[in-house]
Ligand binder design. Sequence first.
Ligand code: BGP
Length: 480
Amino acid sequence: MASPFRKDFLWGGACAANQFEGAWDVDGKGPSVSDMCTNGTHEQAKRITTQIRPNTLYPSHEAVDFYHHYEEDIALLGEMGFKTFRTSINWARIFPTGEECEPNEAGLAFYDRVFDCCKQYGIEPLVTISHYELPYALVEKYNGWADRRLVDCFFRYCETIFKRYEGKVKYWLTFNEINCGMAPLGAVLSTGLIRGYEGPVDQAPTTQQERFQALHHQLVASAKVVKYAHDNYPDYRMGNMMLFTPTYPLTCNPDDVIANQRNMQKITWFCSDVQVRGAYPYYTKRLFEELDVTLVTEPGDDEILRQGTVDFYTCSYYVSNCISGDPSRTHNSGGNLVDGIKNPYLSASEWGWQIDPKGLRYSLNEIYGRYGIPIMVVENGLGARDVLEEDGSVHDDYRIDYLRQHIEQMAEAAKDGVYLMGYTPWGCIDLVSASTGEMAKRYGLIYVEKYDDGTGSLARRRKDSFYWYQNVIRTNGEEL
Ligand code: BGP
């Protein structure tokens, strides 16, 4: 049977600078928010510190050292047949404190080398401009995105990289999982509302007011740079990036249905409604009244949002959850940044993330039905413990099963008529977990010998999933 995927489907994988580059203070780079985070576990949250503490492990500092292994790593991605590679530029490598007059040439030159190397293997870079790499100096000075002045800092950073990588990069995503700024962890990693705060990353004291205000600044910044790119670089394709967690009504009780609809509006649709449609959605007024949020805006903001709509929609997809209208029901199911109630029909990963391949088909139809623009799934995958055999092999059939089931559902969505541009499963090279700081929670098709205590040779190994995915790409998804 012919592949349901487009001929130009962008098969690939995704990583983020802060989670795999390491070299956190090399060649003039400044510390980012992620560099101030210690390691943690599923049970014990990682901590953010205001200074680098002695005798403390900061997993991003070395990570898996892509900075010094990029040639070897990109060659492996090329061997798998990648058409695209999603990675981020580390803002703090380009503007170490966020406000220098001149960018850091050594940082810019590093990404030249990375993109040139991708080109050598026919791999199209897909660049996230901001993926938890806010220069920590902007937290100290401005309390992160709480301050409107970050819009200008971000704009200058974008002007710089758009100009520098013209001809090398075509696909750009503004903010990784922009909606995570509503959640406590996102208020640390994404919006940086933590001036002076030292403690567990899930307990930083922020209010809804502060979080939505910071989000407004990011939404304005995103729209400004999208418009700027459209005006100055007509070849550029600009995307948003959402954490997409579909939630279902726990039962067919209309109270559950309404509660779920409202939850979806707030968590899952709110930011993309702005980024795709160019205005705050109709339900904003009531939502803000209920959350006691009053936005401070500037004249012209509406115009900026209207003019800066994205060309394509992207999201991460890992889990689904259930929502009840009964406030006494406790949320007992996890996920990346958002939680909910367990779904009795689904199993979960060791980290409590519910596995729901059909939810992906459902989600893609919902997104396409709402917006009608091309969609790319830019994160998906199974965080699991792997066993490295003595002969260097890793038999990760559980990961192959997970990916196969999700690709099958993407194929169904494509047959349903959804315009799917591509698929980049998360952490194609093992890397540091964003939520826990662990190495043991691995997503990769490529194993890296690096462990939770910070030790390891950093040697790269091909997992079984590496060969499986190579064949998926070769057959454009016909052989799963
Ligand atoms: C998303 C982030 C990634 C990534 C992934 C997996 O929320 O965009 O940065 O890490 O989730 O999450 P984790 O690393 O916590 O398992």
